[in-house]
Design a protein around this ligand. Structure first.
Ligand code: SF4
Ligand code: SF4
Length: 398
């Protein structure tokens, strides 16, 4: 069993409760939605201990406790003050044990992984539909700097992705794009425990990138960013991924710091910012978006009460959206309350999954508000797109 590797950590849990917090609404979105003690990090450590001691077996009845975790990392952050248990790695190992022991996993998770394998992306898009966002843009084949949007940005946010590339190109980045050869990064495989498939996927992808002469990958998706930067080296047994990988938050910060664009148009909005878990807590990237806000004219920036390492999840992590959609929407609705409390006009983030889930959160909370990407603000301020995209009555065609 894969959890054997984490035996010491599992036994180190002293049930201090830091991970759960005092109030169910406060920290962990899993207990917020599911309310069982077993739906917490410390509950999962108790389950893992029971399995290691032969008192419990992996079972379909247990699946919601393991696959209902949003993998947001809030508990891992709290546990740094306690036993330093890597709850995320243990949860991933438990999901992989499900697969290896042949125990059924939630249908939405297995369908997502199977679709990624069979069609190359999680939406079963044809290559033509999956690249529609790039219409009107020109790329530089073989430039060595690959723009890699990932499945969600390609399928769900065609206009946002097109605008992001316009910003990068206006700032002078020569971008290559895989076009019809782009497939999913493989995250759906390891997030649902399909480690053998994930290894093959990572091997093939690295080969494809090296054959094309890619030296750097720029991606707006925190999951794709971590896939290449963190998961591939583990899957492939490498110390480090041989290609530089940067999330767009770092590039947008670079554009501002190196004055690669002039910002002449005033935004005239009060904005707040949702820190995506996978670049925030996972990678410690908190400041780039805030630096961009400070550099754009006409922005009043207001922090949410739960921000940076304490940010509450958007509900879109851990593939929970596909397995338990009601939980995912409830978490998004709760996060939208933090937005409402700020009194801001616009909710900004920098992750396609957060943008989608928080938008669904505005529907669940029955409010009209735009959820935008940092790049969209920059595009307006630089005069690349019309300011109408900031307004609540604006609906992109995608
Ligand atoms: S914070 Fe860590 S040690 Fe404390 S209860 Fe949670 S998992 Fe256990
Ligand atoms: S990763 Fe997030 S959802 Fe999962 S147990 Fe930890 S705090 Fe809860």
């Amino acid at each position: 069993m894969r959890i054997e590797e984490f035996r010491d950590m599992i036994y180190a849990c002293g049930r201090c409760n830091f991970c759960r917090g005092i109030d169910f609404n406060e920290r962990c979105p899993e207990i917020f939605t599911q309310t069982w003690e077993s739906s917490t990090a410390r509950g999962r450590m108790a389950i893992a201990r029971g399995i290691l001691e032969g008192k419990l077996d992996y079972s379909e009845e247990m699946a919601e406790r393991i696959f209902g975790c949003f993998m947001c990392g809030r508990c891992r952050e709290e546990c740094k003050k306690a036993a330093q248990i890597d709850v995320i790695d243990i949860t991933k190992a438990m999901r992989a044990d499900f697969i290896e022991q042949g125990v059924k996993i939630p249908e939405g998770g297995s369908k997502m992984a199977d679709t990624a394998i069979s069609s190359g992306n999680i939406f079963a898009d044809t290559p033509e539909i999956h690249t529609k966002w790039a219409e009107g843009l020109e790329f530089v084949e073989g430039s060595g700097t690959l723009f890699y949007p990932g499945c969600l940005a390609s399928h769900r946010f065609k206009e946002k992705t097109n605008i992001l590339v316009q910003v990068l190109q206006a700032a002078g980045y020569e971008l290559d794009f895989l076009g019809h050869d782009q497939t999913c990064c493989g995250t759906p495989l390891w997030v649902t425990g399909k480690i053998k498939n994930a290894k093959r996927w990572a091997q093939d992808y690295l080969q494809k990138l090296q054959d094309r002469g890619v030296k750097e990958i720029i991606t707006p998706c925190p999951s794709c960013f971590r896939a290449f930067d963190e998961e591939y080296p583990v899957l492939l047994g490498l110390d480090k991924f041989p290609i530089r990988v940067r999330h767009t938050s770092e590039i947008l910060e670079e554009i501002v710091e190196q004055k690669k664009l002039k910002f002449k148009i005033s935004i005239n909005k009060r904005v707040t910012y949702h820190d995506p878990c996978e670049i925030g807590r996972y990678k410690g990237i908190y400041e780039p978006a805030r630096k961009v806000f400070a550099a754009l004219p006409g922005i009043e920036f207001i922090e949410m009460s739960r921000n940076k390492a304490d940010a509450f999840c958007c509900g879109g992590g851990g593939a929970v959206k596909l397995m338990y959609e009601d939980y995912s929407n409830a978490v998004a609705k709760e996060r939208i309350q933090d937005f409402i409390q700020t009194g801001a006009d616009v909710l900004i983030t920098i992750c396609p999954a957060c943008e989608m889930n928080l938008t669904h959160g505005t529907y669940a909370a029955d409010i009209e508000a735009r959820v935008l990407d940092v790049a969209e603000l920059m595009a307006v301020a630089a005069g690349i797109v019309d300011p109408e995209i900031l307004e609540t009555d604006y609906f992109p065609e995608d």
